[in-house]
Design a protein around this ligand. Structure first.
Ligand code: PMP
Length: 354
C-alpha cells in the first residue's frame, strides 16, 4: 500500500478471482467458463467491429439492447448492458443500498457481494443458508434491505423457483430485489417474466457462461425503466463507454445464433448429469446443481486434499476455504473428455487416499 492510498479503501479486501494459470496447460474446471468457443457469428462480428475502433463504442448499446429485448420479450429501455455482470451488480450496490437500506444476501453465495458492499461503503447483513445449503425465501421477507440472490446460487448451484422469488418480491414492495441469473441457462427458471408486475425486481445476466464470452466481458441488467435509469446514472457518472465495440458486436452476433447457445447448454446439462451420476457412484455427495458446475464433497476424503491432488494431475477445480463448505469442491462442467479425465483422476486419488 502506498502512503497515498485513501483511508476510505484501506480496509477493503478485494475479490480473489479463480486461478487463471499461464505456466502450464490445465483442464480448467475452476471458473465456470464454457468449454465451447463463442458462436462463429460472434467472432465474425467482433473482428468486423475491430476495423472501426478509432471510434468510441455506442454508449447506448442500441443494437444489443434491441436484440436482447426481442429475445426476452421486454422493451429496449428495460435493459442495461455492462462490462460483465459484475459491473451491473456493482452499480446496483451503489444505486440501491445505503445506511438506511443495507444489502442482504446469504452467507454462502457469490464472493463478490461483500466486496461490492464494502467498495460502495454500504452496510450489509448475511443470512446463513439452511443446513442443507438451500436458501429459505422467508428469511428475505420484508427486512428493509436490498436483497441480492444468485439464482441458481453459487457455489451450490441450487435454484429457487420463480414462485419463491415472487414471494420475496411480494414481501419487499419497498425494496429492490436483485436476482443474479449468471447460471440460469443451465436449468433454472428465469424471473424476467415477473418484471411486468414488480417494479422492485432487477434481474442480472451474463454472456460469460452460456454464451462462451467470459473474456469479452458482457453482462446486463433487466428491470423496469426507472430502475434502469438509476443504473444508467451511475454508468454515465463513471464510464459511459463501458462495453467496447468488439464485445458489443460479438454480443449481437451471439444473440443471432441462439440455437448454438441452446445446443451448448443442453450438452453442458447432459455432461453435468453424467458427471453427477459417476461422482455419486464413487461415494461423493453433491448438491442438486442446476448450474454449469457441480458442488461435491466426499465423506472420507478431505476437500482441500482432493483439490491439490487434482491440480498436480493438471486438473483445476475451485476449493473455498470458507467454513461449512471447506470440504466441497466446485467443479465446472466441461466437455465429455474433460469430465472423463476428471473422473479418472478422482478414481486414482481415491485409490491413494482410501
Ligand atoms: N454472478 C455470479 C453468481 C457469478 O458466479 C459470476 C461469475 N464469476 C458473476 C455474477 C459475474 O460474471 P461476469 O462478470 O463474468 O458476468
Amino acid at each position: 500500500m502506498s502512503r497515498f492510498f485513501s483511508d476510505k479503501f484501506k480496509a477493503l479486501t478485494p475479490y480473489t478471482p479463480g486461478e487463471q494459470p499461464r505456466e502450464r496447460r490445465y483442464i480448467k474446471l475452476n471458473t465456470n467458463e464454457s468449454p465451447f468457443p463463442p458462436s462463429p457469428r460472434a467472432v465474425a462480428a467482433a473482428s468486423e467491429a475491430a476495423k472501426n475502433v478509432q471510434l468510441y463504442s455506442d454508449p447506448t448499446a442500441r443494437a444489443l439492447n434491441e436484440a436482447m429485448a426481442a429475445l426476452l420479450g421486454v422493451e429496449a429501455d428495460e435493459i442495461l448492458f455492462t462490462n460483465g455482470s459484475d459491473e451491473v451488480l456493482n452499480f446496483a450496490f451503489g444505486a440501491f443500498c445505503d445506511d438506511t437500506c443495507p444489502a442482504v444476501f446469504p452467507d454462502i453465495t457469490y464472493g463478490f457481494y461483500p466486496v461490492f458492499a464494502e467498495y460502495n461503503r454500504v452496510p450489509y447483513k448475511v443470512i446463513p443458508l439452511k443446513d442443507d445449503l438451500t436458501i429459505d425465501p422467508a428469511d428475505y421477507y420484508g427486512g428493509g434491505h436490498t436483497v441480492f440472490i444468485a439464482n441458481p446460487n453459487a457455489p451450490t448451484g441450487i435454484p429457487l423457483t420463480r414462485a419463491q422469488i415472487e414471494g420475496i418480491l411480494k414481501a419487499n414492495p419497498d425494496n429492490v430485489v436483485v436476482v443474479d441469473e449468471a447460471y440460469v441457462d443451465f436449468g433454472a427458471e428465469s424471473s424476467v417474466p415477473l418484471m411486468r408486475e414488480y417494479d422492485n425486481l432487477l434481474v442480472t445476466g451474463t454472456f460469460s457462461k452460456s454464451r462462451s464470452m467470459a473474456g469479452a466481458r458482457l453482462g446486463f441488467g433487466v428491470g423496469c425503466k426507472t430502475l434502469i435509469q438509476d443504473l444508467n446514472t451511475i454508468k454515465y457518472a463513471t464510464n459511459p463507454y463501458n462495453v467496447n465495440a468488439m464485445t458489443m458486436a460479438a454480443g449481437v452476433g451471439a444473440l443471432a445464433d441462439e440455437a448454438y447457445t441452446r445446443r451448448n447448454c443442453r450438452t453442458v446439462v447432459q455432461n453435468r448429469e453424467y458427471t453427477a451420476e459417476k461422482l455419486r457412484a464413487m461415494g461423493f455427495e453433491l448438491t442438486d446443481s442446476r448450474a454449469n458446475f457441480v458442488f461435491a464433497r466426499h465423506p472420507k476424503m478431505d476437500g482441500g486434499e482432493i483439490y491439490r491432488r487434482l491440480k498436480e494431475r493438471g486438473i483445476l477445480v475451485r476449493h473455498f476455504d470458507a467454513p461449512r463448505i471447506d470440504q466441497f469442491n466446485r467443479i465446472t462442467i466441461g466437455t465429455q473428455d474433460d469430465m472423463d479425465a476428471l473422473l479418472a483422476a478422482l478414481k486414482t486419488i481415491s485409490e491413494e487416499l482410501l
